[in-house]
Write a protein that binds this ligand. Structure first.
Ligand SMILES: Cc1cc2nc3c(=O)[nH]c(=O)nc-3n(C[C@H](O)[C@H](O)[C@H](O)COP(=O)(O)OP(=O)(O)OC[C@H]3O[C@@H](n4cnc5c(N)ncnc54)[C@H](O)[C@@H]3O)c2cc1C
Length: 322
């Protein structure tokens, strides 16, 4: 079955993420951004303002996460399709196995193909409600992301990415187990991985070393680091929820020192410290040869564009493909 068989519009003329990274033609390391599906019309309007802000800076790709709720899921497919059809951006649709049969997953991939999307980030997802709760596979679904990578690849001309975990996935007993399963997902047909966010660049570098040592062929595939600029102490808690583990003490100390001892958090100082931390991390990743910088935006442009501006990125003419 080809993408054409799955949907009306042909998506196979769309570049893959890896090709976009290789041919991006910017003088700086490519960057990319992650959006979340909007929950209502007001959130959707805000998302579009953010999308247009980033469009002027020519990210290598933009990704749209995939949630657990039914209405949001329909909105996700629609909005991701609009990114493909109504912008100059290259969208990547996240796809999770949570609460889906294989037949439903195939139909979803068909909807993406129909909307002109051929880049999919394949994930298992977390149990709805409690991400750390017991994982229960759908009776007609898949157990691990690796199986879903094969399913999506078998459906046609899709370009697949997967998740990687610099500090190990919270369900992995140790880092070696974690790295073996990452290599298996890549061998199953994934072309790159995007990491979970982290706040110590050493963890990213060690993941890269482990993967190269285990399997040089898979280790040569891009590992795209994910960053999230911290803008308040509340974002620290959000970051810890998303990482499933506490932030490094050195980072928390810097942010709490900026917050001050007063009854109110010094929000401007915390924000400045958060932007500075993200800028330092991004610069180190560039120096260490990261293939791209992927930013969690929570659908706001300001913090990420400040980090990018600090690094010398700006509004540019469309890059000439290399
Ligand atoms: C960049 C990124 C984007 C994300 N986007 C979303 C999103 O849009 N929506 C969402 O709900 N969640 C998202 N997540 C969260 C993700 O779904 C969870 O972290 C989930 O718990 C793991 O997904 P996975 O695809 O890595 O799972 P898997 O690769 O299936 O791994 C799950 C666990 O099983 C282990 N494992 C894998 N294969 C085997 C095997 N054969 N035998 C034994 N153990 C095995 C792994 O080591 C790991 O511990 C994202 C995560 C990242 C890093």
């Amino acid at each position: 079955m080809t993408v054409d068989d799955l949907g009306g519009r042909r998506a196979s003329g769309t570049p893959s993420v890896v090709r976009s990274l290789r041919t991006h033609g910017q003088r700086l390391v490519p960057f990319s951004v992650e959006f979340n599906p909007p929950r209502d019309a007001a959130a959707e309007a805000r998302l579009w303002r953010t999308v247009r802000e980033f469009e002027r800076m020519h990210p290598a790709f933009v990704s749209m996460t995939y949630g657990a709720g039914g209405t949001t899921r329909d909105r996700t497919v629609r909005v991701t399709g609009q990114l493909a059809g109504e912008t100059t951006l290259l969208p990547v649709a996240h796809l999770t196995a949570v609460s889906h049969s294989v037949a439903e997953l195939r139909a979803l991939v068909g909807s993406y193909a129909d909307a002109g999307i051929c880049n999919v980030l394949v994930l298992r997802g977390d149990p709805p409600g409690d991400p750390l709760g017991e994982w229960v596979r759908h009776p007609d679904g898949v157990e691990y992301a690796e199986e879903l990578v094969r399913i999506v690849r078998d459906l046609g001309d899709f370009h697949v990415g997967v998740a990687s975990f610099p500090e190990g996935h919270h369900r992995s007993p140790d880092l070696d187990h974690d790295t073996r399963h990452l290599a298996a997902k890549l061998r199953a047909g994934a072309e790159y991985s995007i990491t979970q966010m982290f706040f110590d660049v050493e963890h990213y570098l060690r993941l890269r070393d482990r993967l190269v040592a285990l399997d040089p062929e898979q280790g040569a595939k891009p590992i795209i680091p994910e960053l999230m600029p911290i803008t308040s102490l509340r974002t620290v808690r959000r970051a810890e929820e998303l990482c499933g583990r506490p932030l490094p003490a050195a980072v928390v100390d810097r942010l709490t020192a900026a917050a001050g001892d007063g009854p109110e958090e010094d929000r401007a100082a915390v924000r400045a410290a958060g932007i500075e931390i993200a800028t330092e991390m991004a610069q180190r990743l560039i120096d260490e040869g990261a293939p791209c910088l992927h930013f969690i935006t929570l659908n706001f442009a300001k913090a990420t564009t400040e980090v990018l501006t600090n690094l010398g990125y700006g509004v540019t003419a469309a890059p000439v493909p290399a």
